[in-house]
Design a protein around this ligand. Structure first.
Ligand SMILES: *Cc1c(COP(=O)(O)O)cnc(C)c1O
Length: 388
């Protein structure tokens, strides 16, 4: 059976070059980078070089980067770290309704500790109203956390503009850039961000590895206390192989981003055009021209997204409904609901997230097998008979 992977926003395969970069630190160079003897030398060097490479991807200084165990940890560290550091100043956090659970549930958990959160709406295209953001800021606001690009729709938020607003009002600004990193250029010098989260496994490095940019001067209470690692900001012996992997992945992203982005965008356009030509009653979700090049979120009216995914899986196609973290539950996606899609359209939404290993053949196979599947499913829907 064919195996086609269109779920790169859930996780990416490990790039073979990245894998090779890890191997030495899983085999011969197993030393603790903090030791002062011979066994530490190569691991120490790998940590320093990995850091430099990731810093290059973000355009920050080495002392501004903390390695973490995941994007989730980075989001937690940023939000809790700022909330605890600034709690004397205020208790108000501003975020959006369409954040990843790593942000939403951290804000929710902080509510039990006396923090209050405003969850900003998005419009039908998934875009924020910056006037509403400005209006939400109060003297008690200590943190704004808005994702760089949405994992379900690919919609990109105006991070630079939000950063300007935050700076003007003296509010710390964090962005979850897990989906943006490696797909579009990120330059923290130009963005007015104080903190920025990335994750390894969304950019062809392994799972269980991430990084958090913390601008010089930003106060942050550590999430994990321990040794002096990461300049006392994150205890725990460094994941040397993981850091080497992230460094290599960052290096490849810098090298290939432009070329790959154009390739992937062409594939995404082919996919959307092909499906729209062959399947009536579909709708692309999210602001069409403000999306990551790889993400396509499509609602198929009169079809249940979960069963559509099962049918696609039987044909070897891996795609997703909403985020991997919410699939399995029958709740419609919080992102689709925030965009005011009807429950039916939310339930009928499928996300195709492309990656650098996808080919024209993959897309054409999807365009070939999908219309009959959708037609067969719709033929069983009483609603569809009426709409036809
Ligand atoms: C995947 C993802 C995360 C979580 O990253 P992990 O490394 O899986 O913990 C956070 N935010 C966004 C937008 C994501 O897509």
């Amino acid at each position: 059976m064919k195996k086609i992977y269109f779920d790169n926003n859930a996780t990416t395969p490990i790039d073979p070059e990245v894998f090779e970069a890890m191997v030495p630190f899983l085999k011969d160079e197993w030393g603790n980078p903090s030791s002062i003897h011979w066994a530490a030398r190569a691991p120490r060097k790998a940590v320093d070089e990995g850091r430099e490479k990731v810093c290059k991807l973000l355009n920050c200084a080495a002392l501004e980067l903390i390695f973490t165990s995941s994007g989730t940890e980075g989001d937690n560290h940023a939000i809790r770290g700022v909330a605890y550091a600034k709690k004397e100043k205020g208790n108000h956090i501003i975020t959006t309704k369409v954040e990843h659970p790593a942000v939403l549930n951290t804000c929710k958990a902080l509510a039990k500790e006396g923090f209050e959160t405003t969850y900003l709406d998005v419009n039908a295209e998934g875009l924020l109203d910056l006037d509403a953001l400005k209006a939400a800021i109060t003297p008690k606001t200590i943190l704004i956390t808005v994702m760089y690009a949405n994992n379900e729709t690919g919609v990109i938020f105006p991070i630079k503009e939000i950063g300007e607003i935050a700076k003007e009002r003296g509010v710390t600004f964090h962005t979850d850039a897990v989906q943006a990193a490696g797909k579009i250029p990120i330059d923290v010098q130009k963005l007015n961000v104080d903190l920025l989260t990335i994750s390894g496994h969304k950019l062809y490095a392994p799972k269980g590895m991430g990084a958090l940019f913390v601008k010089r001067g930003v106060r942050l209470v550590p999430l994990i206390t321990g040794g002096h690692h990461e300049r006392n900001r994150r205890g725990g012996t460094e994941n040397v192989a993981g850091i080497a992997a992230m460094g290599k992945a960052a290096e490849i992203a810098i090298r290939d981003m432009e070329k790959e982005g154009a390739q992937i965008l062409a594939l995404r356009n082919r996919l959307e055009k092909g499906l729209a030509e062959k399947i009536p009653h579909i709708k692309i979700n999210g602001a069409i021209d403000r999306r990551l090049p790889n993400t396509s979120n499509i609602s198929f009216e009169f079809v249940e997204g979960e069963s559509l995914l099962l049918n696609l899986d039987m044909k070897g196609i891996a795609a997703s409904s909403g985020s991997a973290c919410t699939s399995g539950s029958l709740e419609p996606s919080h992102v689709m609901l925030a965009m005011s899609l009807s429950h039916e359209m939310s339930h009928g939404s499928v996300r195709f997230s492309l990656g650098k290993m996808n080919t024209v053949e993959d897309i054409d196979y999807l365009i070939e097998i999908m219309p009959p599947i959708v037609e067969r499913m719709r033929s069983m829907s009483p609603l569809y008979a009426g709409a036809k």
